[in-house]
Structures are given as structure tokens and as C-alpha cells.
Design a protein. Structure first.
Length: 136
């Protein structure tokens, strides 16, 4: 089973993506915990593209592609925004007091912790972030 969705890099697209993934999850009988994790990760990734992927002259177009084979979900988020590999971000400081920590960096950590694999590539002028999750 597959789902492909085209989105504009704007806040309103979050609700569209959330509903589409929720409907897909329901049709495929995902466990509630897996649905929650996938939707949380997707929101984090989309927010990063919406917030940082464009500039005043270009708002990125986002393609979300989900595919499921047996109990393995593959989710690819691609966009034509500014080239950026989020996997090169340094790990966040989880030890210091909250007031002493720099802002940012937790999103990529969250994605890595909640998904089974995460990979990035830049190809044909597009960022491609691929995450996989075992749904059992």
C-alpha cells in the first residue's frame, strides 16, 4: 500500500499531512503507538522544512511518500528547498540544565530515536529524507 501527497511549505499543510497519515494508518491497522510516533516525526520534519527550507523568494514544495510492505513503513519526505542534511547536526546536549542548553537540535534527535533508520540524500535539486519504522 502506498500514499503520495504534495504539500506547500506552510503551516496549514501540517493538518493535511496529519489527516492523510492518520487515515493511512487506520486503513493499515497500525498500532496506536506506531501511529503516534510516525505522526510526531512527520510533524517535526515538515516544521523544519516550513521554517528553514525556503527564503523570501522561494517557498518549498514538499512531497510525502509512504509505502508499507508487511510490517515495515518507509516514509520519504522530499522538498525543493535549501539543500540541508539534518543528519550532520551535532547531537543535542541532554546533560546540561535546560537554561544552559542551546535552542534547537532536539528534532533530529527525536527522529533518530523514534524511527528505526534515517537517511538523507540530495538529488536532482531536492532534499530526500527517508525514515523507516517497523510497525509491530
Amino acid at each position: 500500500m502506498q500514499l503520495t501527497l504534495e504539500l506547500d511549505a506552510e503551516i496549514e499543510s501540517l493538518a493535511t499531512a496529519d489527516k492523510a497519515v492518520g487515515d493511512f494508518a487506520e486503513s493499515m491497522s497500525w498500532p496506536d503507538e506506531a501511529t503516534f510516533k510516525v505522526k510526531l516525526v512527520l510533524e517535526e520534519i515538515l516544521m523544519n522544512v516550513i521554517s528553514y527550507g525556503g527564503d523570501s523568494s522561494h517557498k518549498p514544495r514538499i512531497t510525502l511518500h509512504l509505502s508499507q510492505q508487511n510490517d515495515l513503513l518507509s516514509m520519504e519526505i522530499s522538498d525543493d528547498g535549501i539543500a540541508y542534511d539534518p543528519l550532520t547536526a551535532p547531537p543535542p546536549d541532554l546533560e546540561s540544565d535546560l537554561d544552559d542548553r542551546p535552542i534547537g537540535g532536539l528534532g533530529v534527535h527525536l527522529v533518530r530515536e523514534l524511527m528505526d533508520s534515517v537517511s538523507y540524500r540530495f538529488k536532482d535539486g531536492r532534499n530526500h529524507l527517508l525514515v523507516t519504522k517497523a510497525l509491530i
